[in-house]
Design a protein around this ligand. Structure first.
Ligand SMILES: Cc1cc2nc3c(=O)[nH]c(=O)nc-3n(C[C@H](O)[C@H](O)[C@H](O)COP(=O)(O)O)c2cc1C
Length: 184
């Protein structure tokens, strides 16, 4: 079983990275393979809204903008579940997550069997001291993934104040998601 852990922070030693480390630990402890992806290390540009706004991706389910997106998008078909971890920027997911999700949604929303269809996911919003915008960030990710008919397993907010116990929650949630899939 393969779980893709996707992060979208420029910081390699920040809270997002700590969450990814916890998620990986949980996934591997439950006996699954963790496939790590850091969107900030990839070249993924924005959707061009080709044609009249509904580009060829509506029918082909492939993006015409050639960059690192294609390989990542194709590799998602091999995954059994996903853990998305974004820093909270302005009460929303970060820019690298936004451009990635915009393009996945374009390719997958109208596909008969979406790549994410019925695949469980955990979304994590990693915020700073205030924690303002954790709820809106999780709501936005949830809406994107519901469009793709993914199976919400958990939504987790974590801040600098709560990280001690929430990192344990991320480990346990990651383990539990693998166990849930094993029992499906
Ligand atoms: C552009 C920007 C906007 C941010 N907006 C928020 C915010 O709305 N709410 C919040 O609690 N923290 C906010 N933060 C703080 C980050 O969420 C926090 O530092 C988080 O730990 C970043 O993840 P990292 O540790 O992986 O870099 C913002 C940070 C940046 C750089």
């Amino acid at each position: 079983m393969k779980i893709m852990i996707i992060t979208s922070s420029p910081n390699v030693d920040g809270l997002t990275a700590a969450c990814a480390k916890g998620a990986r630990f949980g996934v591997e402890a439950a006996g699954a393979e963790a496939v790590m992806v850091n969107l900030n290390r990839m070249k993924i540009g924005s959707c061009h809204a080709c044609g009249n706004g509904w580009g060829p991706c509506l029918d082909t389910h492939q993006c015409q903008v050639n960059d690192d997106f294609q390989e990542l998008h194709n590799s998602m078909t091999e995954m059994d579940g996903f853990i998305f971890i974004s820093p909270v920027y302005w009460g929303d997911i970060s820019e690298s997550a936004r451009v990635f999700f915009d393009r996945v949604r374009r390719c997958e929303a109208w596909k008969k069997d979406s790549t994410l269809q019925d695949r469980p996911f955990i979304a994590v919003a990693a915020a700073g001291g205030s924690g303002n915008g954790v709820a809106s960030t999780l709501t936005n990710v949830e809406r994107l993934l519901i469009h793709l008919r993914a199976d919400r397993f958990d939504l987790i907010g974590i801040t600098k104040k709560t990280n001690e116990y929430k990192l344990k929650t991320i480990i346990e949630a990651s383990k539990a998601m693998v166990e849930y899939m094993n029992n499906k």
